[in-house]
Design a protein around this ligand. Structure first.
Ligand SMILES: [Zn+2]
Ligand SMILES: [Zn+2]
Length: 230
């Protein structure tokens, strides 16, 4: 019997998950925000995902000695449209057990939280609220990840027309421009069908050699940093 196409998930047991992570690429000093939108169809043992990675993130923190410094930080991270979390501070580290104010959304709340934390600890630890409902930058990234999800979901197998014909494997190994050794830069993607097993290969690289900045041997520091991100 042929497998039914999961074209409508309204009535199916599916789990929608969104995930968020941050990483810092030290070679370019860029903070990356990553979003993953995932639907797990338990009945059919299928997963469909969408992904977004962008340097557009307000992920940041600051240790502040008073309200003026807190406001300066807040403005940099697009407060009050974006929420903040304020807590105590000990040994220049966040101390969430002291006064955690997890949902600071206006100037008055920020002032009272920072003053209270400074009174108890000397300084306050302020950080951006990365919960999606308090972070419009994340909302925009989740929208992009969801668009990616829809594109992947509706991509169909050329053999059997089943949904979700996408990359199941990425083949790295583009040669470094300096030393000619294989790098982790992906050359081709293998697309696979989960219904009939059809596979095809597509080139995803328009360069003939890899930038030495992306090479483990020529730029090991960058590679280690990127490993933490990816
Ligand atoms: Zn197929
Ligand atoms: Zn190299």
């Amino acid at each position: 019997m042929s497998r039914s196409c999961p074209s409508n998930y309204r009535d199916m047991l599916a789990v929608l998950t969104t995930m968020h992570a941050q990483g810092v690429c030290h070679c370019s000093d860029t903070t990356l925000g990553r979003e993953l939108v995932l639907i797990v169809d338990r009945d059919n043992s299928l997963e469909f995902m969408g992904y977004d990675a962008s340097p557009e993130t307000n992920f940041a923190h600051a240790i502040v000695p008073g309200f003026d410094e807190a406001m300066a930080f807040a403005e940099r991270v697009k407060f009050p449209e974006h929420g903040l979390i304020v807590m105590g501070c000990g040994d220049d580290q966040r101390a969430p057990e002291i006064l955690p104010r997890k949902d600071v959304t206006d100037r008055e709340m920020l002032e009272s939280a920072v003053q209270e934390a400074c009174r108890r600890c000397g300084t306050a630890f302020a950080e951006t609220n990365m919960h999606a409902h308090r972070n419009p930058t994340r909302m925009a990234a989740i929208k992009r990840a969801t668009t990616d999800f829809v594109r992947r979901f509706y991509s169909r197998c050329p053999e059997c027309d089943y949904l979700g014909f996408n990359a199941t494997e990425r083949v790295p190994g583009l040669l470094c421009a300096w030393r000619g050794k294989p790098t982790r830069v992906v050359i081709t993607e293998i697309l696979g069908c989960r219904s009939c097993g059809h596979r095809s290969e597509q080139s995803v690289c328009d360069q003939t050699t890899a930038d030495p900045g992306q090479c483990d041997e020529c730029n090991p520091e960058c590679s280690v940093s990127m490993e933490r991100i990816l």
